[in-house]
Design a protein around this ligand. Structure first.
Ligand SMILES: Nc1nc2c(ncn2[C@@H]2O[C@H](COP(=O)(O)OP(=O)(O)O)[C@@H](O)[C@H]2O)c(=O)[nH]1
Ligand SMILES: [Mg+2]
Length: 336
């Protein structure tokens, strides 16, 4: 599958990016909005905000999910702007907060103290070189007790599946430390409510050809008095389902093809059984044979449908790229 967002080296718009680099230069902290979704993070939110203030980032927005442990009060005291989300879940909170953001760059981070504000500059740096989305890779420098074995296994499984289905290697798809340009995130169509927001961000980056890169960061354990809102089995399952259902428009060959292959395989197994009964015992099983034939036929049709949809998506992607190119050229002409 072709794919644009996956490059770990420089983006391919060669000369254009060079031009962007010259213009953009270094990112100043007042162009950055630090976006922190929180739910019951009173134990850590104060230190997290202080950490970013110390690094020189004064524009801090906390979007809270209705904590009743004093998270909002602490955040306000430290000088953050506090929004209370109108719905539920981290995803809804982030989407709502993004509507408020006026700064050209956003640095999104958890309020649980597991990410290091000292990594902020490193996270933002690629944006000054023309990248549009940066993912902090927690596996680069992770404390031993930062991730439970089950979560580690789930993360690896999800990263592998993401690579296989969506064709990009982002190392740590579920990372909560993200830097992106406000322009690029507006191009994505996000509608996750809960913990599928990171997965959706990654898939949408691939889909819309957002230039994405990965930066190593450090990751520590939540302090003892703080608790995660994530349920590994339930949320892990939801994330894997989201990964699969997002393939419908991003990799339809996989989405329909895998169903098709399952149909053909199960039809094949049933056919073998019928054949074996016939050869061994001279017994015919017409009804079962009919089911087998139907499964194989349905499977082949799904597979063909997958190939056709894949062609449509490829053409659509080409058209969109051309449109974006035209828009960019027009904008450059206006600027001149
Ligand atoms: N606003 C809001 N924030 C949430 C909600 N659920 C989780 N969060 C925050 O999202 C961040 C990530 O959640 P966390 O429990 O740390 O998940 P993990 O890092 O994947 O274990 C934390 O800062 C949470 O406080 C929610 O429903 N609303
Ligand atoms: Mg966290």
């Amino acid at each position: 599958m072709e794919n644009d967002g996956a490059r770990a080296d420089a983006p391919d718009r060669g000369t254009e990016v060079l031009a962007m680099t010259e213009e953009a230069g270094e990112i100043s902290p007042d162009e950055v909005c630090i976006l922190i979704p929180t739910l019951e993070e009173a134990a850590t939110i104060g230190d997290v905000i202080d950490g970013f203030l110390e690094q020189g980032y004064a524009n801090v927005v906390v979007v809270d999910g209705g904590s009743d442990d004093g998270t909002r009060e602490i955040a306000r005291e430290r000088g953050a702007q506090v929004i209370v989300q109108s719905g539920h879940g981290k995803g809804q909170a982030v989407r709502e907060a993004l509507e408020y953001v006026a700064a050209p760059y956003v640095l999104m981070v958890d309020g649980d103290g597991t990410y290091d504000p000292a990594d902020a500059d490193a996270m933002l740096e690629p944006l000054s070189r023309g990248y549009e989305h940066v993912i902090g890779n927690r596996f680069a420098d992770m404390d031993d007790d930062a991730m439970a074995a089950l979560n580690g296994f789930g993360n690896r499984l999800i990263n592998r599946s993401f690579g296989f289905i969506h064709g990009a290697t982002y190392d740590d798809v579920l990372s909560g430390y993200r830097a992106f340009t406000t322009d690029s995130v507006e191009r994505l169509s996000l509608d996750s409510d809960g913990f599928t927001i990171e997965t959706e961000l990654a898939v949408e980056c691939v889909k819309h050809g957002v230039d994405t890169t990965v930066v190593p960061i450090s990751y520590s354990a939540r302090p003892e008095e703080s608790e995660t809102n994530l349920h590994p089995l339930k949320d892990g399952g939801t994330i894997i389902l989201a990964l699969y259902s997002l393939a419908k428009t991003n990799n339809p060959l996989f989405y329909f093809g895998s169903l098709g292959v399952a149909g053909i395989a199960s039809g094949g197994v049933i056919a073998m059984y019928v054949l074996w009964r016939w050869i061994q015992y001279q017994q015919g099983h017409e009804i079962i044979a009919l089911v087998s034939a139907a499964a194989i036929l349905l499977g082949v049709q799904l597979l063909m449908f997958g190939v056709l949809s894949d062609m449509l998506v490829t053409l659509h992607r080409e058209q969109r790229r051309r449109l974006e190119q035209i828009t960019r050229n027009a904008r450059e002409r206006d600027d001149d």
